[in-house]
Design a protein around this ligand. Sequence first.
Ligand SMILES: [Zn+2]
Length: 154
Amino acid sequence: MPARFLFMDEVDAYDDDVDGKGSPINLAIKRTATFSRNRKILMASTPNIAETSKIEAAYEASDKRRYLVPCNSCGNYQPIVWAQIIFDNHDPATSRFECVHCGHKHYVKDKPKLLSNGHWQAETEKSSKVAGFHLSSLYSPNGWYSWQNAVEDF
Ligand SMILES: [Zn+2]
């Protein structure tokens, strides 16, 4: 069946081959060929093993966008990364996001402002046809997976 819109979720869990016919991703993409001028293909996944990850390979082939948030103190934009999630004395309750530029401490109460004032920025312009978005659980809105949850899991 031809499809103009294709959404593939958790692609890193897909088999590499379906009944000897090849990659299920490629098989699905072939179904969009009829609409090659105005099709949309969306792949999403939690990444698995780096060397074999299908979503990582797709992201690397994209324009590699990350969501940058502005520091509440110095205003410099940066991604929320695990290296900047700081906690004291093995206590997850002290979890915070510290600015890589000025060290300003952002607590959970600051998260809505960080997220609402952020923007997507591409790392590369090598591909104008494929947009890739990287977003970790550290961006989860308040009430979902928190920085404290991440530190507890760590
Ligand atoms: Zn700062």
